[in-house]
Write a protein that binds this ligand. Structure first.
Ligand SMILES: [Zn+2]
Length: 612
């Protein structure tokens, strides 16, 4: 699961660390009942929705959905790596991090160092290349901006980088791993050469300013015509295109407060805008905007303006961005679209018009709802009933992707206005098909698509049991026999059995300790979400005294485990009943009889919601 540091150490470290102390050194916390609250450090807000629970050793923001342990906080807030965060907490707690053989400073340390060394070398080459200097002069990039963005030059020739840095087999492998060198061919006849040749180089940096990849623009007309004008590093251990934004680090260094972020398409757009005083700008790296991008963008600002060419391709790209953005919009967040005059890009425009005029354009950009309605109605006859009905039909699946809440209501209102329908009736049409059956029988927990802050997720007995154990790890000890869970096909059942198992073997473990154990596991995010949710105990008199609370929680947990057992019997019974009787073995027939008896029998000690 986690990187080379023993799990038990992590659990103990989190039990000995006070998350309130860790966070209060960075954010001013106010006591609010048994918890602490503050304005969220991860999104802009005026009223506090960020809470820290000393009991769970967990933080959670109701506004942006951000949550996690003391380790996650250091990673997200101070941009530390996992190992650094653990080291920091350990040294504060006076504990020594146990080292396993072959000490490594995290997976990529050598690769980060190499990328940075090559970046420095490219910078030297830039000062020696008249061709690159001439290009920068043509594009009016001044020296200070070139320094800010660490611009460099990859010289002509097949292997200057390989020659300068590839002095051992290890070194060559690392160069290949960071994407600076390409290796082709069979072992006997391997051909290696520099990926970037005769290009102006744009280093791409992570949140901590480390070089993780490069973009390169071809210089000189002499190219064979087969080389792309722009080339990026490939996906590597350090570099993920779908996550990184060019200029993010430089923007955050230049500005304390970021009112809005402008998202452009090219490196030179970022650089030109920055140089002209529009520093709140980043670029996607040749991909369309992903949900990851948006999460990062909304973390630094509540307003994001996408900037596109006004042509057909630009509109299509804008539409893709809109579709990816819908699940991320909500109250307090603004998404706008800026379309530039045909044939212009931000680089040429800001150089021709200057900062003020460009910012006026940004001010006049189109809100998401306007763009959505405008785009959908483009080919519809909006003056006919048919056309308007068709618009409502087209908008329906799009609006359904927006998380429920004020923003969605506003959007429904605007579309309703456009089609001349009462908002309520449109909202009704958009609402997903009515939930079927009793809540407790409803399908699988939404493990795969546990979207943060998304309401209306179906709550299953497995989710409820998980939430209880995560919130009160100590009750796992009295949960009774849970071996049956591991064999169930019910979604989440085996995870539940693992969580209970860990809580039992580690009696002092906190909520944070449990969640941390699944950090590198895809289900970890799901556990974090459940841990952040409050538990409503069935016995509501059980407020206050810890013993009362945990007795009530234990009773609830046992109830839900019983319900899970019943559900799985039901499932198995349905499975057997669905088969032709003749195909059942003698054992299966007997099993079916028992199941039919069991499931029909009125429940004793049923689920905690029996009262309702
Ligand atoms: Zn927040």
């Amino acid at each position: 699961m986690s990187n080379r540091i023993p799990q038990d150490f992590i659990a103990e470290l989190l039990a000995r660390t006070d998350i309130v102390e860790v966070i209060s050194r960075r954010v001013t916390l106010k006591r609010a009942g048994s918890e602490f609250s503050a304005c969220c450090p991860f999104h802009n807000e005026k009223t506090p929705s960020f809470t820290v629970s000393p009991a769970k050793q967990f933080y959670h923001c109701f506004g942006c959905g951000e949550h996690g342990t003391a380790i996650s906080f250091l990673m997200n807030h101070d941009h530390m790596g996992f190992i650094d965060a653990v080291e920091e907490l350990a040294s504060a707690a006076g504990m020594e991090v146990p080292r396993t053989a072959g000490r490594h400073d995290g997976p990529g340390e050598a690769l980060f160092e190499l990328s940075s060394a090559v970046m420095a070398w490219y910078r030297q080459q830039l000062s020696r290349s008249t061709e690159a200097q001439r290009y920068l002069a043509e594009r009016q990039v001044d020296e200070q901006t070139a320094d800010t963005f660490l611009l460099g030059y990859a010289p002509e020739g097949w292997d200057p980088v390989l020659k300068a840095f590839g002095n051992s087999a290890d070194a060559v492998r690392n160069l290949t791993d960071v994407g600076l060198v390409i290796s082709r061919g069979e072992d006997g006849e391997q051909r290696r050469y520099d990926r970037f040749r005769q290009r102006l180089m744009f280093p791409i940096r992570d949140a901590r300013g480390r070089v993780i990849g490069f973009g390169g623009r071809l210089l000189g007309g002499s190219g064979d015509g087969k080389q792309p004008k722009y080339l990026n590093s490939p996906e590597t251990a350090l570099f993920h295109k779908g996550r990184e934004l060019y200029g993010m680090y430089e923007m955050r260094r230049a500005l304390r407060k970021i009112q809005r972020v402008i998202v452009v398409e090219g490196y030179m757009d970022v650089i030109a805008l920055h140089q002209h005083g529009v520093a709140n700008v980043v670029a996607t790296l040749g991909t369309s905007t992903t949900a990851d991008h948006l999460t990062r963008l909304f973390r630094v600002s509540d307003e994001v303006v996408f900037c596109f060419d006004g042509d057909r391709a630009g509109r299509a790209a804008a539409w893709r961005a809109l579709r990816n953005a819908l699940p991320e919009v909500r109250e307090g967040r603004q998404l706008r679209f800026l379309f530039l005059p045909d044939g212009d890009d931000p680089d040429s425009l800001v150089r021709a018009e200057g900062r003020e005029r460009f910012e006026q354009r940004v001010d006049a950009s189109v809100a998401l709802s306007k763009f959505l309605i405008g785009q959908l109605s483009q080919e519809l006859a909006m003056d006919t009933v048919d056309g308007r009905a068709r618009l409502a039909e087209l908008a329906r699946p799009l609006i359904a992707q927006v998380p429920e809440g004020v923003y969605r209501e506003l959007l429904v209102g605007e579309v309703a206005d456009a089609v001349g329908l009462p908002a309520a009736s449109l909202a009704q049409r958009i609402a997903s098909p009515a939930p079927h059956g009793a809540a407790s029988n409803a399908g699988p927990p939404a493990t795969g698509r546990a979207r943060r802050g998304r309401r209306g997720e179906r709550d299953t007995p497995v989710r409820r049991a998980l939430r209880l154990v995560l919130n009160y790890p100590a009750i796992a000890a009295d949960a009774g026999d849970v071996e049956f869970l591991a064999t169930l096909t019910l979604p989440g059942a085996s995870l539940l059995s693992q969580v209970i198992e860990v809580a039992r073997t580690c009696p002092d473990i906190t909520t944070a300790g449990l969640v941390e154990r699944w950090r590198d596991d895809p289900v970890g995010r799901h556990l974090g979400t459940l841990a952040a949710q409050p538990v409503l105990l069935e016995d509501q008199s059980a407020q206050g005294a810890v013993e009362d609370m945990s007795a009530a929680a234990t009773a609830d947990l046992r109830g839900w485990l019983e319900e899970i057992r019943r559900l799985s019997c039901q499932q198995r019974k349905d499975e057997l009943e669905a088969r032709p009787v003749a195909s059942l073995s003698a054992d299966e027939k007997q099993e079916l009889q028992q199941l039919q008896h069991l499931v029909r029998r009125p429940r004793t000690g049923g689920p905690p919601d029996r009262a309702r």
